[in-house]
Design a protein around this ligand. Structure first.
Ligand code: ZN
Length: 356
């Protein structure tokens, strides 16, 4: 009876695994000696996580008022850019900014574990919770989810963006912010600095935080995950500031660049040429239609190794694999390229050699 059930289960897993198989035909990526991917429960050799996809930007928990602040900040950016706010007569689909990942995530452990297990069945092997203290990320909840689901979860450290900073950021020196970041890194097993954000024109404090994050990277080698607003104006400047602090662009993913809609992908290509990763990380929903052509343009321009996909989700962690990847495949991306994007690129971003 048990065997039958187990067989059935394996058959089921086999079926879904086949549907999302992303075979590797290319050379596996090489990692620096001593590189690890640091998750909440243990450090992995990057090769150990080669069996499936890694989602580089998701959220397991956020503060109860997070989405209200997010909507307010987004609306201010859209107004500043002359984009009609949603809610007035329906804007044209192309002009409608993608909505932020829906409701705040559940704190129901069983429901979260069930959701994470769905992602596992869809081929997800590792997941980054890109939140941190000032976004209301609950690290103990993430730890319990990791223990109960067996999903390796990468936790982050950082300061988010202007409307979310703790009040003291305004008066803290850059040195003090660097130290605060290092304290966060020391407080939990930390696998990345992220998400580190700005909205439109970067504010004075956002620039200060970005400089401090660059320096915290230099002290730790931790990869950096950023957040840009709509339409991603600050993308180049974010990389400029980090690079100026000594960060190599290939240690950085500039996030949310599906919001920067441009058929010519000029800014995206500029970032790729400099070696940075591009985050198409609000996928698996309405924003996909505007993103798929940009993904294909970048693949055709030879930048597949710079692309990262995720959903910035607070539920439905399978949708990058079950909804978005099939759309990119239908648009002509090969399994080999999709394997690089979903399996290899996130490990190349996340693997780092810890500094003593
Ligand atoms: Zn996010």
């Amino acid at each position: 009876m048990l065997i039958t059930t187990r067989r059935k289960l394996l058959k089921l897993l086999g079926t879904s695994a086949a549907a999302f198989a992303l075979p590797s035909f290319a050379q596996p990526p090489a990692f620096p000696k001593g590189a690890i991917i640091r998750t909440l429960l243990k450090d992995y050799a990057p090769e150990e996580l080669a069996i499936g996809a890694t989602l580089f930007h998701e959220h397991l928990s956020l503060a109860p008022d997070f989405m209200d602040k997010f909507r307010a900040a987004s609306a201010a950016v859209q107004a500043a850019n002359g984009i009609r706010p949603a809610g007035n007569a329906a804007p044209a689909a192309a002009a409608a900014p993608p909505r932020p990942a829906a409701p705040a995530p559940t704190r129901d452990l069983d429901a979260m574990v069930a959701d994470i297990n769905k992602a596992k069945a869809a081929g997800v092997t590792c997941l980054v919770d890109a939140g941190h203290a000032d976004m209301g990320r609950d690290v103990e909840f993430a730890r319990r989810v990791a223990m109960q689901s067996g999903m390796p979860i990468v936790a982050c450290a950082g300061f988010y963006s202007q409307p979310y900073y703790p009040e003291m950021i305004a008066t803290m020196s850059e040195d003090m912010i660097v130290q605060a970041l290092l304290d966060q890194v020391a407080a939990n097993p930390t696998g990345a600095l992220g998400e580190i954000g700005s909205w439109d024109e970067m504010t004075k404090d956002e620039r200060k935080v970005f400089r401090a994050v660059g320096r915290a990277h230099m002290a730790t080698n931790l990869p950096i995950i950023t957040h840009t607003g709509i339409p991603g104006k600050a993308a180049i400047e974010q990389l400029d500031i980090l690079e100026d602090a000594g960060v190599k662009p290939n240690r950085v993913v500039i996030g949310h660049l599906g919001n920067l809609v441009d058929a010519n992908v000029y800014v995206h290509k500029t970032l790729c040429r400099r070696g940075a990763f591009i985050g198409f990380d609000r996928q698996g929903g309405g924003g996909d239609a505007q993103v798929v052509p940009m993904v294909m343009a970048l693949i055709e321009a030879g930048f597949a190794d710079n692309l990262l996909f995720s959903a910035d989700a607070s539920s439905g962690y399978d949708k990058t694999m079950t909804v978005f990847v099939p759309k990119v495949k239908a648009a002509g991306a090969t399994d080999e390229v999709l394997h690089r994007i979903m399996v290899d690129n996130p490990r190349r971003l996340l693997a780092f050699v810890p500094k003593k």
